[in-house]
Write a protein that binds this ligand. Structure first.
Ligand SMILES: Cc1ncc(COP(=O)(O)O)c(C=O)c1O
Length: 387
């Protein structure tokens, strides 16, 4: 009797995803190594949020929630959105993290063969989701400053179903300015292209830089699907609560996909998310200050280091480090791993990510110091052995 497993093949789309995806599976670092690979804050979720979840469970909030999202959470989100437009709870879809928000949106909007413009290097989930939808990711290389190359973007946009970016950007650490967003709006005028603005890192913006939401640029807001998450701002990566807001028919289509794939989002986690939104800013300040210090440490340690170059992060909690020489970034990450520090290969984020590695300073300060020290010594030694 033959076992089905012997002849089993994944479905075509799953096979396409496996062939295309450069995203590594999450794994703990080997003993003795430190990880600067993960975008997972080392902070605990603020106690008031944890208390709200525990109380919600004790109060019996253990049932399915509204599939569009708990009404009190949607109302609280709608009240606080950036920009001039007023939103209601009906405009908001609560999702299983931004990951499921992006997935439902892309699966609901992209037809096989549709072009999706992704300025890159970009968060690697975007291209994978486009593959899953059967669309075509159109990679548009960034300028050397890691900001958008507006000429190339202009050439790539006509006929695109979507353009997707994160701001502040993962993996580059760039904060796109109001002028850049206005330029994008002007390029899209008269088209039916939707803009997907993933603003997961909106609270992480460093001295000398100003954040501007796509929703607060009038010429862009009407075609923007805003993607947000509690994961980064509130150190809630494990809670899995995010949301989408945008043109009503688009959000409705995404809601249908989301409820089909995920059902409703964890009820107690949503009630806790309401309490996160009403936290005083003072509760977040220690985390934000720590990120700023870590960002400065990264910039100081790597700016003058041998064999590497860095555009100091303007926002977010990643640094995208360019190294000298033409070794594939996957090989460099293996070399760094042998040197005791885990980072991500730049090629994961798109073709122009080659020649870079990404580090995360969501790692704790001690690991960060150790990891930066090991990186410096690795690149220094490597440079000396190749010159
Ligand atoms: C730009 C960006 N968007 C979305 C996500 C996913 O966030 P979530 O934990 O809400 O799924 C991440 C996580 O690293 C990210 O970097």
């Amino acid at each position: 009797m033959t076992s089905p497993a012997a002849t089993w093949r994944p479905a075509g789309r799953a096979d396409d995803l496996r062939a295309a995806s450069l995203r590594p599976a999450l794994a703990p670092p080997p003993p003795g190594a430190v990880s600067l690979a993960m975008g997972d804050p080392d902070f605990a979720t603020p106690a008031a949020i944890v208390d709200a979840a525990a109380q919600a469970l004790r109060d019996g909030h253990t049932h399915y929630a509204d599939q569009q999202g708990h009404p009190s959470l949607r109302a609280a989100i709608a009240e606080r959105l950036p920009g001039a437009r007023s939103w209601t709870a009906s405009d908001v879809l609560v999702t299983h993290g931004a990951t499921a928000g992006l997935a439902s949106l892309i699966l609901a909007t992209v037809n096989p063969g549709d072009r999706v413009v992704i300025p890159e290097p970009a968060y690697s989930l975007y291209a994978d989701l486009v593959v899953l939808a059967g669309g075509r990711a159109v990679h548009v290389p960034l300028a050397r400053s890691l900001h958008w190359d507006l000429d190339r973007l202009h050439a790539a946009l006509p006929g695109a179903r979507l353009v997707i970016f994160s701001n502040p950007a993962n993996p580059t650490g760039v904060v796109h300015t109001r002028d850049e967003l206005r330029a994008l709006a002007a390029m899209l005028e008269g088209s039916d292209t939707l803009v997907v603005a993933d603003e997961a890192y909106h609270r992480f913006v460093y001295a000398g830089h100003e954040f501007c939401s796509a929703l607060s640029v009038d010429a862009l807001a009407h075609r923007t699907v805003y993607v947000q998450t509690f994961s980064k701002t509130y150190a809630m990566t494990g809670w899995r609560v995010g949301y989408l807001v945008g043109p009503r028919p688009v959000v409705e289509a995404a809601a249908l996909v989301h409820r089909t794939v995920n059902g409703s989002v964890n009820t107690a986690a949503q009630i806790a998310a309401v309490s996160a939104l009403s936290l005083d800013d003072a509760a977040l300040r220690p985390m934000l200050e720590a990120y700023e210090q870590r960002r400065n440490l990264v910039a100081d340690e790597l700016s003058g280091a041998n064999g590497v170059a860095l555009v100091p992060p303007e926002g977010g909690f990643y640094a995208f480090v360019r190294y000298e020489g033409d070794h594939p970034s996957v090989d460099v990450t293996l070399g760094l791993r042998d040197h005791g520090v885990i980072v991500r290969a730049g090629s994961e984020y798109g073709p122009s990510g080659e020649g870079h590695v990404r580090i995360s300073f969501a790692a704790g300060a001690d690991d960060l110091r150790t990891g930066l020290h090991r990186m410096r010594s690795y690149f220094d030694r490597r440079l000396r052995s190749t010159t």
